[in-house]
Design a protein around this ligand. Sequence first.
Ligand SMILES: [Zn+2]
Length: 466
Amino acid sequence: MTDLYIRGKFVITMNKKREIIKDGCVAVEDGIIRAVGKCSELDKDYMGKADEVIDASKHIVMPGLVDTHVHLVQGMLKACANYRRLIPWLKDRVWPLQGNMTADDALAAATLTMVEMIKTGTTTFLETGLVGRYGPDRIIERVHDVGLRAAISRHVMDMTGYATEENALHPGLVETGEQSMGDTIRLFNKYNGWDGRIFIWFGPRTPGAVSLELFREISSKAKELGTGITMHLAEVKDDVIYLTREFGRKPIEFAHYVGLTGPNVVLVHTVWITDDEIKLLADTSTNVSHNPSCNSKLGSGIARVADMLNAGVNVTLGCDGGPSNDNYDLIEEMKIAALLQTASKLDPEAVRAEDIIEMATLRGAKALGLQDVIGSIEPGKKADIITINYWDPKLMPMNDPVSHIVYAAHGDDVSDVIIDGKVVMKNRKILTINEDKVLEDVGRHARELFERAGICKEPEIKWPII
Ligand SMILES: [Zn+2]
């Protein structure tokens, strides 16, 4: 008995030949994709025999999206830190807010982010760094229970600076090396590999918050456990200034020096890097997460995505967080990523829609070590699949499904989300959690948090609200 049979209009397979199947169908059994092909060929085997048939006849069917840089708890902090560069953005707004969060606030915020990701087509994500005060266990269990797939990093640190700024970190977020490292290993032992959907990674805080010894310990422990590491790096010029001054090394050289390069590493942003560093990323098969909305909003710069892709670096895509984006819609992020490259390179072919879709699917899967598991619609892979409704003025006429997804679609066009063969959202209704309750809870927790932290109590708009 087939569990699920999806009858689509266009299936973007992302298989080796990158075939797009018109009037294409997908059959799923036990969470695994069993068959992909023309409906005219598959119908005789699957129609009438599936538990559930999804009519996607006015839809594009494609692999679920992979967001490689997410701050779950920042979902609650939208519009709380506008018009600031990274360091004051962190020091004066984001960290004090996060440092005042209770575990209940953090869970409400993280759940909001999960719901938003599902509703906009993200099926797998990489969380950058939970800490003890957020109650990481309950957040990880919520990720599992809403049905998402994720690599979830826990922050590791033993210093309190950010680059050149000493004692930048809010006291509410400070942890010792022993505490943060020990808890990461505890979470790894408790949750890693859970149902093949939950993986626990190391999330060292940025340079300035981690000693050389601890960086090296993280690197060797991750290798020993066979897991990944993710860290922000070279997001702003301050990273270059600090690492050159303190260690005589540019950011990627520094990462290499402390063992933070390799196929199990995702470095986030890498805006301020040189040609030599791009080569080092490629030579070491280190993955990069590009977050164009965040880099634009905070005035950090434009990452050299086209140059990195041309050099053979595995560049992926991320939404980052609530106060830097301000949403978790990876489809919107695709368009921004494409436009920034063509504008900054003065070259309309600097990147193509195909490159961007690869970043949001297969390349993301590879960065998470899941290239044989997800990222394409092929027999044998796990069924992480989304459908995008194109029966909408902005997506008609349907001339080119690849171009339309990158340049015309929004996250709200996602209709159905299937993760691990399970229908998690159908016709935009999430089936694994009560969305209304999530929205109500987060409003209440946000008001309490803003009051407690004394930040973001009033909107910062210049116009009077009467
Ligand atoms: Zn970030």
